[in-house]
Design a protein around this ligand. Structure first.
Ligand code: BGC
Ligand code: BGC
Length: 791
């Protein structure tokens, strides 16, 4: 697809080139060896590099990825962080690191909703909630607080903001987007960059950090909302919609931009020279550095993790190469020597790195441990106040019949639902780990759950709040607040084929129904990373609040839900939807301005106390699909998300809960366990888990996901047993033993499989006899580096 740079918007950074600085950089570059230059353009991840290696390979920057901590300790203290960073920094300024000039390293972290990788940090609402606040000044203050907390750990660089304009809410990163509307994204991008980096006299001073506008470009407009997918929008739309935030980010002085995993018309962004260089660097005048995304270069045809001149020549200045950086270092040196990478390109990249380091003060600053703001407390009351304010502003009221809200503070309130006292659910993905799905109360010192916030608000006024996740009670409450929604996910792990609620959809509805049946009025609070089809829940509840992913300050919700002593609201609802809300689970993409726009709640919708409204019953869609957690195929006796079980054979048989047999294989409800399927082989055959359409597991296979199976072996196999995924079979007989079995096989072990289109999802087959109960089948993250069977 041809690109016409002069049709693109121009930007103008307020920083500008400083001739004296540029001259100094020229002198430094002239004194650097080839090895030193290459080191500056590599960014490894802490788990795969030591301080000694930073010195020996002249490494220019390091990142800590999600779920990566000093000594692997999730509960690491501030001091553990600064000690660790100091030791790497010290290595980078050792005389042997860069022989002629001291070039300290920079440290980057995904501080995307506060300094979220660090225990005790202030956690802001994710971007989707902030979009509903329509308040750029709030974004400026959030950026400033985030910068202060990043500074406390001695780091220099936040991989934020995400300024994607999410156009299809199936996307697992919808919550990282402020809005489907480029106008909001554009207003916010500049404001948050100013907050993070400072402005004018405060630009990148001791209180501020480098910001990263990400992911350039088109991450939010991919086909079917697929993460790392392919955007097929026109050049005009790409430049007007997707690029809107980049213009204001650069206008605000953004110093780094991260390239996107995604493609535009089939070309990976990491190889798109026209967009990275001709548009971003030339047309928009971006003079900072382009950082690659996590191993993203390896996805370019012709590239590997450790070899990718294509990306570098296209304009990526710093490789995000967590693991294979050493081999990449060797290959780059060779490629510059052979001319495959022009020396001018390498020197341009190094110039950009050094320019950013000079502007950020990194060249002259003391080590991280000695900087004025290092070890300043994080999660302080004044920081949390900003987050609490952000929570108040981001709530969108979708229904409030008979003015059930606000609740008088003398009321007796039942706080029910899985999300009631669940800060992990409030915080979502990118929280202390990549997926954020392994957190509990111990991970959130100083934070407030929604329940705690409500309790604090009512107790002072003589009311009471009782926590009851399952909705049971002995004394009938005046009102129940039911908190439910999505459990945490990040990136492609959150992709869906629809906009249904996949987690506890039926359970949340049943809870609202049972409270209603017992005569208790209900306020439903939805925690979610995207607008969801939840009309049945909205119909059951008397009031309904979309709270998105509010973060660590649950009391912000109570500020709005609970009235003052005089019965009047203390704060009104101010949030207005920055994403259109669907009326059917399959209604996506759904964006304001599109033809036949027919949302349940339109872009900009949001009720308030000031203007009460009665909401009529909403239309409900009858669905035959069991919506369950993403990546779960069979659990608790149910097949989820459109997957089912098939007995393979000349004429395959579907299992639907009643005994079926092909002669060779029988499937039936297990007499031993009501939540298992009993599978008995008498002869050659296979059983498959499959959906109507093939599954795309390419990102799961490329990342770190594995097939997880739980089964019980009543009678072991008489012949070899195969597990087949994507046409590749692995012998699993040796892994089976009598009794309970649980095994996990990383997807990449199915070497050679076509993960783009996997159908069936998996097949279990044998030629002999075998008798098992299948209990659970799903995909899980390979956190502990599980190896391939037999390896
Ligand atoms: C994400 C980026 C993130 C990077 C570094 C990637 O997988 O796409 O948003 O900044 O990881 O952790
Ligand atoms: C990292 C993330 C990264 C992801 C990609 C994780 O281990 O922490 O930052 O985005 O891997 O696979």
């Amino acid at each position: 697809m041809a690109v016409h740079p002069d049709l693109w918007p121009q930007a103008r950074s307020p920083i500008g080139l400083d001739p004296a600085m540029e001259a100094k950089i020229g002198t430094i570059i002239a004194s650097m060896t080839l090895e030193e230059k290459v080191g500056q353009v590599l960014q490894p991840e802490i788990r795969w590099i030591t301080p000694d290696e930073v010195r020996d390979y002249h490494i220019g920057s390091i990142e800590n990825g999600g779920g990566s901590f000093p000594q692997g300790n999730k509960h690491a203290a501030l001091k553990d962080w600064t000690d660790m960073i100091q030791s790497y920094w010290q290595a980078s300024v050792d005389r042997q690191a860069n022989h002629a000039t001291r070039i300290p390293l920079m440290w980057a972290s995904d501080a995307v909703h506060g300094h979220n990788n660090v225990l005790g940090a202030t956690l802001f609402p994710h971007n989707i909630g902030l979009g509903a606040a329509h308040d750029p000044d709030l974004l400026r203050r959030i950026g400033a607080v985030t910068a202060a907390e990043v500074r406390s750990t001695g780091m220099d660089w936040a991989f934020a903001p995400t300024i994607a304009v999410a156009r299809n809410d199936r996307w697992g990163r919808t919550y990282e987007s402020y809005s489907e509307d480029p106008r909001i994204v554009s207003q916010y991008a500049g404001a948050i960059v100013e907050g993070l980096e400072g402005k004018g006299a405060t630009f990148l001073d001791k209180d501020h950090v480098l910001a990263t506008a990400k992911h350039f470009l088109g991450d939010g407009s991919t086909d079917n909302g697929r993460d790392q997918g392919n955007s097929l929008v026109s050049e005009q739309e790409l430049s007007k919609v997707d690029a809107a935030g980049y213009v204001s980010a650069i206008d605000a002085g953004a110093q780094t931009v991260m390239a996107s995993y995604s493609s535009w018309h089939g070309v990976k962004m990491h190889e798109n020279r026209a967009l990275l260089t001709d548009v971003l660097k030339m047309r928009m005048g971006f003079d900072g550095l382009i950082i690659g995304d996590w191993n993203a270069h390896s996805q370019i045809p012709g590239c590997t993790l450790s070899d990718c001149s294509i990306a570098f020549n296209a304009g990526v200045d710093v490789f995000n190469v967590p693991t294979d950086w050493k081999a990449l270092y060797g290959n780059m040196i060779r490629e510059v020597q052979s001319g495959e990478i022009p020396m001018t390109r390498l020197e341009d990249a190094v110039r950009r790195v050094l320019r950013v380091k000079f502007r950020a003060g990194i060249m002259d600053e003391a080590g991280p441990a000695q900087r004025p703001n290092t070890l300043k407390p994080i999660g302080t009351p004044d920081h949390r106040d900003v987050a609490r304010e952000a929570v108040r502003e981001s709530l969108v009221l979708l229904k409030n019949n008979r003015a059930l809200l606000p609740i008088r503070p003398s009321a007796h309130i039942l706080v029910a639902g899985e999300g009631a006292d669940n800060i992990a659910m409030q915080a979502g993905g990118w929280t202390l780990s990549w997926q954020g799905n392994d957190n509990g109360p111990a991970e959130f010192p100083g934070a407030t759950s929604l329940y705690t916030g409500i309790r604090q608000a009512v107790e002072a006024a003589g009311g009471s709040a009782t926590l009851s996740p399952d909705g049971s009670f002995t004394t009938k409450p005046d009102v129940a607040i039911v908190v439910f929604g999505e459990t945490p996910y990040a990136e492609y792990m959150g992709d869906q084929t629809d906009v249904a609620l996949h987690h506890a959809n039926n359970e949340s509805l049943a809870l609202l129904k049972s409270l209603k049946a017992r005569g208790v009025p209900t306020v439903a609070v939805l925690l979610s990373g995207r607008p969801l089809y939840v009309n049945p829940q909205i119909n059951q509840a008397d009031a309904f609040v979309a709270a998105f992913l509010p973060g660590s300050e649950g009391d912000g919700l109570a500020d709005v839900l609970i009235a003052g002593k005089d019965g009047k609201p203390r704060h009104d609802f101010r949030g207005k939807l920055s994403f259109s809300w669907p009326k059917r689970p399959d209604q996506t993409p759904l964006n304001v301005g599109q033809p036949n726009y027919d949302p349940q709640f339109a872009y900009g919708f949001g009720l308030s106390y000031a203007a009460p409204v009665q909401t009529p019953r909403l239309p409900e869609v009858v669905s035959t699909v069991n919506y369950g957690d993403r990546g779960v195929y069979f659990a608790k006796g149910t097949f989820w998300n459109g997957y089912g079980l098939k007995l393979e054979g000349a004429s395959p048989l579907a299992y639907a809960g009643k005994p079926v047999s092909t002669g060779a294989i029988t499937a039936a409800p297990s007499p031993r366990d009501p939540q298992a399927v009993h599978l008995a082989w008498k002869g050659k055959g296979g059983i498959s888990i499959a959906a109507a359409t093939p599954s795309d597991l390419s990102r799961e296979a490329n990342g770190s996901m594995m097939v997880s199976l739980t089964l019980d072996v009543a009678q072991g196999p008489s012949a070899p047993v195969q597990l087949v995924v994507g046409g590749i079979s692995l012998p699993i007989g040796p892994m089976l033993h009598a009794g309970a079995n649980h095994f996990e096989i990383p997807l990449p072990c199915f070497k050679g499989a076509d993960f783009n289109s996997v159908s069936p999802l998996l097949t279990l087959s044998t030629d002999g006899t075998l008798d098992i109960d299948l209990k659970d089948a799903r995909l899980v993250e390979n956190k502990a580096a599980v190896a391939c069977p037999g390896a």
